[in-house]
Design a protein around this ligand. Structure first.
Ligand code: HEM
Length: 209
């Protein structure tokens, strides 16, 4: 499924504050990429989204990019949480500027960088960025995802079961992702809010004060 990160961001960002916010202080209540699975589940449950839907929607991280500040903690996590070679790759990318962007999916990474740091994963590089597929689940099981919030899904029995299920069945994930995205799009805006399409996924467009 070809879907640009910008388009998905536009679809989702408007709803994200609704789905993921429990109180009017929406920005403060957004899930954090350092959150553990129980906090993520609680966040989603507040808007009637299940553990399975959390896992399904997290698969959107097969596309797009992040910034080093969003996964700083990952750079010092132990080998049972992130493949050390991938951790080194991320460290290298983050040394290349001031909070530089990094692709969410190793598939979209520069081949030469992957060959240098994680030669075992060169077969995953496909040069088809923004291709939404179930590679996120394969990457997660291999412990080569950027966010702690991605990895932490493996620590919860039901969530792990779904990660495995969607790794094995990409067609099922395509269908379930479409359904979950439609559900996401139907969430009402908070009272008094018109919503907005964000220019930058992680931030509102206007100042609050
Ligand atoms: C489970 C809770 C989630 C957390 C903690 C989370 C966290 C993040 C963070 C930190 C970034 C990178 C921001 C940056 O550094 O610029 C990101 C990017 C992204 N997220 Fe999530 N996210 C979550 C759920 C979702 C959901 C539900 C979707 C869509 C269905 C989604 C779609 C995306 C996309 C497409 C990008 C890339 C945006 C771009 O390329 O500009 N995420 N997410």
């Amino acid at each position: 499924m070809r879907l640009s990160a910008a388009v998905l961001c536009a679809l989702v960002a408007v709803q994200a504050a609704v789905l993921l916010a429990a109180v009017p202080a929406a920005q403060a209540e957004l899930p954090d990429s350092a959150d553990d699975v129980h906090k993520l589940i609680a966040n989603f449950a507040r808007k009637n989204f299940t553990v399975e839907e959390l896992v399904i929607l997290s698969g959107a991280h097969s596309i797009g990019q992040t910034h080093c500040s969003s996964f700083a903690g990952r750079l010092s996590e132990p080998a049972d949480q992130i493949v050390p070679a991938y951790r080194e790759l991320l460290k290298y990318k983050c040394s290349q500027g001031s909070n530089p962007p990094v692709v969410n999916n190793v598939r979209d990474e520069d081949y030469d960088v992957v060959a240098r740091y994680t030669p075992g994963f060169t077969s995953r590089v496909r040069k088809v960025s923004d291709y939404l597929d179930n590679s996120y689940y394969h990457n997660n099981l291999a412990k080569i995802v950027t966010f702690h919030s991605d990895w932490t899904l493996l620590t919860h029995k039901e969530a792990l079961g779904h990660v495995k299920e969607y790794a094995e069945n990409g067609t099922l994930w395509d269908e379930d992702f479409a359904d979950s995205l439609v559900k996401l799009s139907k969430l009402p805006m908070p009272a008094g809010s018109k919503g907005e399409i964000r220019k930058k996924c992680s931030a509102i467009n206007h100042r609050l004060y």
